[in-house]
Design a protein around this ligand. Sequence first.
Ligand SMILES: NC(=O)c1ccc[n+]([C@@H]2O[C@H](COP(=O)([O-])OP(=O)(O)OC[C@H]3O[C@@H](n4cnc5c(N)ncnc54)[C@H](O)[C@@H]3O)[C@@H](O)[C@H]2O)c1
Length: 328
Amino acid sequence: MLKVGVIGCGAISVIHFDAIEKNSNAKLVSVCDVKQDVLKKTTDQYNCNGYIDYNEMLSSEDLDVVHVCTPHYLHKEMIIKALALNINVISEKPVVMNMDEAEEINKALEASTAKLAVSFQNRYNPTSVVMREYVDNNTLGKLVGIKGYVTWQREPESYYAASDWRGKTTTEGGSLIINQAIHTIDLVQWLGGELVKVDGSHSIKAFNDYIDTDDTAEIYFEFKNGAKGLFYGTNAYSTNSPVEMELHFENGLLKYMLGKLFLVDQEGDLTEIERDFQPGKTGKNYWGASHEKAINHFYQAFTVGGAYISLTDSIKSIDILGQLKKVN
Ligand SMILES: NC(=O)c1ccc[n+]([C@@H]2O[C@H](COP(=O)([O-])OP(=O)(O)OC[C@H]3O[C@@H](n4cnc5c(N)ncnc54)[C@H](O)[C@@H]3O)[C@@H](O)[C@H]2O)c1
C-alpha cells in the first residue's frame, strides 16, 4: 500500500484526493496547507494527519509519494526537498517556471532514488491517445500540420483575487501560457515531435488592471519532420470554450472539438472516432477528466515500473514558453 501525502489543499487538490481515494493500492496519510482553516477542513474530510509546515510533514511521515499542488513558485523547493528524502513526487503542472529551475531539479533527481512525474493529464484523454496513434502509425500518412486553440474566460476580479499568487510573474511565472494553455501547447509538441523553430509572443490584451503576466498568446512552430504548427490562446474570451485542435496529415484531417475527435472526409463531413471521459462531479469541466488515469499510471511507474511523464518530457513546453516574446 502506497503511503501518500499532499501539499497544497486548494482548487486542484480535490481531484487528487478523489483519485487517491479510488486507488485501492494507495492511502492518504497526511496533507499540508499553510491555511489553518483549509487544513482543518481537509483533515476532517479525509481523516488524515495535517501539517502547516511541509518540511515537517516530509520528515515525520514515512511517505512513498507526495503530490505537490501548490502555487508555481513553490514547486521547485518542495520537489527538491522530497527528492532529497527519496520520496516519489507527482507535481502539478507547470513543474517549474523556467529552465533554470528545471536544471536544479534535475540535479536533485540524479542524487535521488525517487521519481518525479508531472500532471499533464490531458495526454491520457482517450482522444489524445487516438491522435497519437494516428501520428505514430501514419494511418493517414505523415503529419504535416497541427493547430491548437484555447479560448477561455478567467473573470479577472474573482479568479485572480481568489489566490494571490495568480497573475504575478514572480509567483505564477505567466498566466495564460504557463497555467491554462500549457496543456494544449504540450499536446502540440507531444504530437508534432522534435522542434526546430518556435516563434511567438504573449501579451496582456484585457486584464492590464489585474495582472502583470499575460492573458493571450500566439505561437508558430516548425518540427524536424517538416510539419508546421500554430497555437492561439486567450483567457479573455466570454466563456470557457472546449479546446480545439486540428491534425493535418498527407491523406486526411482529424478535428478535435467539443471533447470529441472526428475524421473529416473529402466532402467535409465528420465521423466521430473517439470522445473524452465525462468529467466527474469533482473539479471543473476544463480540467478534463484524466487526472485519475494519470495518477494511477504514475503510481504504477513508481512501484512496478513503466513509462510516465518525466521532468525531461514535461519541460519541453516550459522551454517553448521561455522563447516567447512579451509584447507589452
Ligand atoms: N492539471 C490541471 O489541469 C490543473 C488545474 C488547476 C490547477 N493546476 C495547478 O495546481 C497548482 C495549484 O493550483 P490551484 O488552482 O489549486 O491553487 P490554489 O491557490 O487554489 O491552491 C493552492 C493551495 O496551496 C496552499 N499553499 C500555499 N503555500 C503553501 C505552502 N508553503 N505550504 C503548503 N501549502 C501552501 C494554499 O494555501 C492553497 O490552499 C498549480 O500548479 C496549478 O497550475 C493544475
